[in-house]
Design a protein around this ligand. Structure first.
Ligand code: SF4
Length: 265
């Protein structure tokens, strides 16, 4: 409980300000303020109070990081543009990966996503299912998103290359000419979704923006590249072979709303 209280104090000290609360709609900000006030004025915390506090914080997270509600016409136009990208990917033969793929994996998610997550390339499961992050790394990604009260339907998820890079049965990193050949598809998706923040999952995604960058040096910071705000973190699959990175990766996801809002933590 002490750890939880310390966490709540830290969170409130970063977020209980006019600047932060101006980022979310008024009713959500008001409910959050009210629960924070009740927390500070209480002699002791009840279960209901803790549940109310967490619910109000989840509402803040969803308002800050969840998808934008789009007018029906705008939603339809964006879905149509994303469908057009997927159709082009499905017939693309611009690099050798088209010859070994089972299914192309263009990407998926909300057309008005505020968060746009980019991985490296489809792996074996993704290649079979035609969906990004469909295997064990996807399960880790889902649990990281749940820390922010989000699910996959709230964000947009894709990869730097849309077809599986593999050596025989083993996944591999995409080669520079494969990344270059696939570049326009990711660029179109970014332009259509127009997210507030791009989460670069691993070095391949980060180097799509800056070839000299390294996640190890800049992870957990909001960087600017050509108009995109980019938040680099380790790739979820890194936890599978380096379990000690799990805590760090979770910490970077938990820090994301504060980084996005410009309140350090
Ligand atoms: Fe085309 Fe990209 Fe697939 Fe290469 S990886 S064939 S460029 S869609």
């Amino acid at each position: 409980m002490t750890e939880y209280l310390e966490e709540v104090y830290r969170r409130i000290s970063r977020t209980y300000s006019r600047e932060f609360l101006a980022l979310v709609p008024e009713p959500v900000a008001a409910r959050y303020q009210e629960t924070c006030r009740a927390f500070f004025s209480a002699d002791y915390l009840t279960g209901d109070m803790v549940a109310g506090l967490e619910l109000a914080w989840q509402e803040v997270l969803l308002a800050l990081l969840g998808p934008r509600p789009l007018p029906p016409g705008e939603r339809a136009a964006r879905l149509s543009a994303l469908g057009d990208v997927a159709a082009r990917v499905s017939i693309c033969a611009a690099c050798p990966l088209h010859g070994t793929r089972t299914r192309p994996v263009p990407g998926e998610g909300h057309p008005g996503a505020r968060l746009f997550l980019i991985g490296e390339g489809p792996g074996k499961n993704e290649d079979l299912k035609g969906r990004p992050f469909a295997g064990r790394a996807g399960e880790i990604l889902n649990s990281l998103l749940s820390l922010l009260a989000l699910s996959r339907k709230d964000v947009y998820v894709t990869n730097v290359v849309k077809c599986r890079p593999a050596n025989g049965d083993r996944d591999r990193q995409p080669l520079p000419h494969e990344v270059a050949a696939c570049r326009s598809f990711l660029k179109m998706q970014l332009l259509v979704v127009a997210p507030d923040l791009v989460v670069a999952l691993g070095n391949t995604a980060l180097r799509w923006f800056d070839p000299d960058a390294s996640v190890g040096r800049v992870k957990g910071q909001v960087l600017e590249f050509g108009g995109w705000r980019v938040y680099p973190v380790y790739h979820p699959a890194s936890v599978l072979y380096r379990p000690e990175l799990k805590e760090e990766l979770e910490g970077d996801f938990l820090r994301l709303p504060f980084a996005l809002a410009g309140v350090e933590r």
